[in-house]
Write a protein that binds this ligand. Structure first.
Ligand code: C5P
Length: 416
């Protein structure tokens, strides 16, 4: 990352002190920070401490003759590879969403031609207020990356979303944004136009009786992000999904299922497809018999020691990988493990006969969380390890790699 630089706008909030930690973390990664501290920000951190950590002059005023002679606000706004607002207060976001420019920070945000990352931190009510949510949506539609705040206890004594994410996580996001991310969208023709992608996502539910089931903690976030990224890249996407609380991404055909066997049938029905990405956390077992009526406690006439007999579910990934007819050209599995992650991923690729495995260590907060840290394993071995990033960013990178693969295929055919 050496040689990269950000322009860091430090807003006025109690979380401003964490921006000092961020500057240090970025410096460790070879990323330089030039800083603007707003008037509010100066109530929490002094320009002197920011300057001591960043090793650079700190900017505070819009109309400062010395600064303007040295580096005008327009030049300042373009002097970095990325503009980061941290903490992004409700006020700063409202100004940026509406194009106000009445101080150095807001003027810089309006004048910049560089990508912008905002890291919000504020009281939970302020974050949840319709006006703030409207502003966040406007900013995102304008192409600004707005991180979701963390949830937890706040300095003001309340609890909920609004805390600044940890500096390590912010630094990872900045690094991902600076690392020449793949260009996938806005291309004409779209790179996956004419391709059909089949994706499974979420958990499955295996019924015990009409009201109970066996399942797992899968949220579906990674699979849904991949389906959305494939659609944006122009593919026709079929998303076969277990029950999750997510919105189906634009342009994606959604096939809702409950059990593993239903998921397999829906996948078979959706073939042929060019690529199959098996992200679902399919239950490995199901109760051998699902009771037709609700099982009762002993007092209600039920068995005092009910035992659960399990049967193995079909392996959807292995079934589609091993198909003789209609096998998708590229079959990608996921491997979530808590130990020996690399070795198990390589073994899984061979056992299931898939082409790639995306492996991740789920011993931390991956399941249900926003972030993921994965390695891409191909038949040749571990191809690449991506740093910790959002599931959206993992999806973009994976789809970019798929696009590349199909591009190479097309080149080979054209050369024949
Ligand atoms: O063997 P394991 O469950 O760890 O394999 C994980 C991969 O296999 C994931 O891609 C998952 O979606 C897929 N899988 C499947 N059907 C199963 C079990 C796992 O498609 N019954």
């Amino acid at each position: 990352m050496s040689g990269k630089r950000i322009l860091l706008v430090i807003g006025g909030g109690i979380a401003a002190y964490k921006s000092l930690e961020l500057i240090r973390e970025l410096a460790r990664r070879g990323i330089a920070s030039r800083c603007i501290v707003t008037k509010g920000g100066q109530e929490f951190v002094t320009p002197l401490s920011v300057s001591a950590l960043s090793g650079e002059k700190v900017f505070t005023e819009l109309f400062d003759l010395d600064d303007e002679a040295d580096m005008g606000h327009i030049q300042l706004s373009r002097s970095a590879d990325l503009v980061v607002v941290c903490p992004a207060t409700a006020d700063l976001m409202a100004k940026a969403a509406n194009g106000l420019a009445n101080d150095l920070a807001s003027t810089t945000l309006l004048a910049t031609d560089k990508p912008v990352l905002m890291v919000p931190a504020m009281n939970v009510r302020m974050w949840e207020h319709a006006a703030t949510q409207r502003n966040v949506e406007t900013l995102r539609n304008d192409g600004v990356t707005v991180m979701d705040p963390d949830e937890g206890a706040m300095a003001c004594g309340e609890f909920g979303p609004g805390r600044l994410p940890e500096p390590l996580e912010i630094a990872g996001r900045i690094e991902a944004l600076l690392s020449d991310g793949p260009v996938l969208y806005g291309l004409d023709p779209k790179p996956l136009a004419g391709r059909h992608a089949l994706v499974t996502a979420g958990p499955t539910r295996e019924p015990l009786d009409p009201v109970r089931f066996l399942s797992n903690h899968s949220s579906g976030k990674q699979g849904y992000a991949i389906a959305g990224a494939l659609a944006k890249a122009g593919a026709r996407v079929t998303l076969v999904s277990g029950p999750v609380a997510l919105q189906v991404p634009d342009g994606v055909d959604h096939v809702p299922v409950e059990t593993a066997r239903e998921m397999l049938d829906a996948c078979q029905d959706a073939l042929p497809s060019d690529v199959f990405i098996s992200v679902a956390a399919v239950a490995d077992w199901r109760p051998s018999r699902a009771a037709a009526k609700k099982m009762k406690l002993k007092e209600g006439g039920g068995d005092p020691h009910p035992t659960l007999e399990l049967s193995e579910n079909p392996d959807i990934l292995a079934t589609l990988s091993r198909k003789k007819k209609n096998r998708p050209d590229l079959v990608i599995g996921f491997a979530a493990e808590t130990h020996d992650v690399d070795a198990l991923a390589i073994a899984k690729l061979k056992r299931k006969r898939c082409d790639w495995i995306v492996s991740n260590d789920v011993s931390g907060d991956v399941m249900g969380g926003e972030m993921n840290e994965v390695a891409l394993v191909t038949r040749e071995g571990i191809e690449v390890r991506w740093p910790r990033m959002t599931k959206q960013d993992v999806a973009t990178r994976l789809v970019a790699r798929i696009t590349e693969e199909f591009g190479d295929e097309a080149d080979k055919i054209a050369a024949q």
